[in-house]
Design a protein. Structure first.
Length: 299
């Protein structure tokens, strides 16, 4: 199996002008190592958070050039396995997250990870290892790794975990894939602007799909298929994700727009990914039991 260390190369933005640090064939399975979102700068509660290098935030390991990927294709990313470090960190501070307007100083908290739990004081939080930053180079200018978009990026979607498969529209030759910003656990919204930030390793399989059209990333697991959209407001993200999913279901199932709308109003779900990044991210979720009855696949 191929491997890639974060010491080999990282990026702070997804950018078509980056030189790839590794080239792989479509269908390759690769283990990718990552720093945490602070590039491992915070190792204890005594770290003065305001004094860390804020230019070294949300590094993604990569980019990886996937042979055969061209604009108009789709990059399929299957997450085979996630491993996380034994210690995480969370932060709060002025102007950060939903509660930042009520914070007066930066504060960091170290969260031990043991026996399948994250230990917050004496409270045991079940782990939900997931990837915050994952995506490909965008079509135009570079987009920093802290911002989500149609290319993926900092979607902070807790469904991006082991067993999930993501689909990204490809905008440039080779796709230029990267990932980072792992969390040991994170709730929908990521309200403090951090989940439990951890370094780790992801084992993924990269595959180029031809003849599949996407505007924004999609994700599926054993139970659901989801449309993910990031926009300036949560309202816009929710409505665009909904519209794209309704259109896709109507097309694939041969249904009228009105019937697809009614069906997904009864059986679909609008859910929040995060509300704290430069763009907000939402997902529209369709259960696979419904798709089975429709006898359709959405990807």
């Amino acid at each position: 199996m191929e491997t890639l260390s974060c010491q080999t190369g990282i990026i702070y933005d997804f950018n078509k002008n980056h030189k790839p640090i590794k080239t792989v064939a479509s269908g390759t399975t690769i283990e990718i190592e990552t720093y945490d979102c602070f590039q491992n700068q915070i190792q204890s509660a005594e770290t003065v958070v305001s004094e860390i290098n804020w230019e070294q935030i949300n590094p993604a390991t990569g980019p990886i050039f996937v042979e055969g990927a061209n604009p108009g294709d789709v990059l399929k990313v299957k997450i085979e396995k996630l491993e996380i470090g034994a210690q995480g960190v969370m932060v709060v501070g002025p102007s950060l997250g939903v509660m930042g307007h009520r914070m007066t100083e930066m504060e960091a908290k170290i969260i031990p990870v043991r026996n399948g739990m994250a230990i917050f004081n004496e409270i045991e939080i079940p782990l939900n290892p997931m990837i915050g930053v994952i995506g490909v180079a965008p079509e135009k200018e570079g987009i920093n790794c802290g911002t989500p978009g149609s290319h993926g990026g900092n979607m902070d979607n807790k469904m991006v975990t082991a067993g999930a498969t993501l689909y990204f529209p490809v905008f440039t030759e080779g796709a230029l894939f990267g990932l980072g910003d792992f969390h040991a656990a994170m709730g929908d919204g990521e309200i403090s602007v951090s989940g439990i930030e951890v370094p780790g390793k992801a084992t993924i399989t990269l595959e180029v799909l031809k003849g599949v059209k996407l505007k924004h990333p999609m994700l599926e697991n054993d139970e659901v298929v989801t449309q993910i959209v990031s926009a300036e407001t949560l309202d816009q993200a929710c409505k665009r994700a909904t519209e794209e999913m309704v259109d896709r279901v109507a097309e694939k199932a041969g249904m009228s727009l009105s019937e697809a709308t009614m069906l997904l109003s009864a059986a679909g779900q609008v859910e929040v990914c995060q509300i704290v990044d430069p763009l907000m991210t939402a997902r529209f979720v369709v259960p696979k039991w419904l798709l089975k009855q429709l006898n359709v696949e959405l990807i």
